[in-house]
Design a protein around this ligand. Structure first.
Ligand code: FES
Length: 127
């Protein structure tokens, strides 16, 4: 059975292979959501703890950073939209299944700004 280590909470949990990372976190009272997250449509802050999409992959607020992306299921289409531009270590917990031992950082800081976003990079290429 793979284990999931939540770094900030200093908690390691053994889970069944294929377990959903969001469900593992919520079942163990891990606080996944920031108090305020960016609205997926406007980018303005909104209360993510209350108004997240409940695991549907639309809001992007369950974003986590992992030590080894190969220990998780392949990137989903919704993750491509929300977190792929930040690098392979960033995932949406609700779209991710645990396949092997992994370390998870909840509510990670953004490593880059909007100028590194793939959409902006494409705009620069066109211009
Ligand atoms: S809970 Fe909204 S994207 Fe995961």
């Amino acid at each position: 059975m793979p284990s999931v280590t939540f770094i900030k909470q200093e908690l390691t949990i053994e889970v069944a292979k294929g377990s959903n990372l969001r469900e593992v976190a919520l079942d163990n009272k891990i606080d996944l959501y920031p108090l305020f997250g960016p609205d997926p449509f406007t980018g303005m802050p909104f209360p993510a703890k209350l108004l997240n999409c409940r695991g549907k992959g639309f809001c992007g607020t369950c974003r986590v950073k992992v030590n080894d992306h190969r220990a998780l299921s392949p990137l989903s289409v919704r993750e491509e939209k929300h977190v792929a531009w930040e690098g392979k270590s960033y995932r949406l917990a609700c779209q991710t299944q645990v396949l092997e031992d992994v370390e998870v950082e909840t509510n990670p800081r953004k490593v880059s700004g909007w100028m590194d976003h793939a959409t902006y990079q494409k705009m620069k290429e066109i211009a």
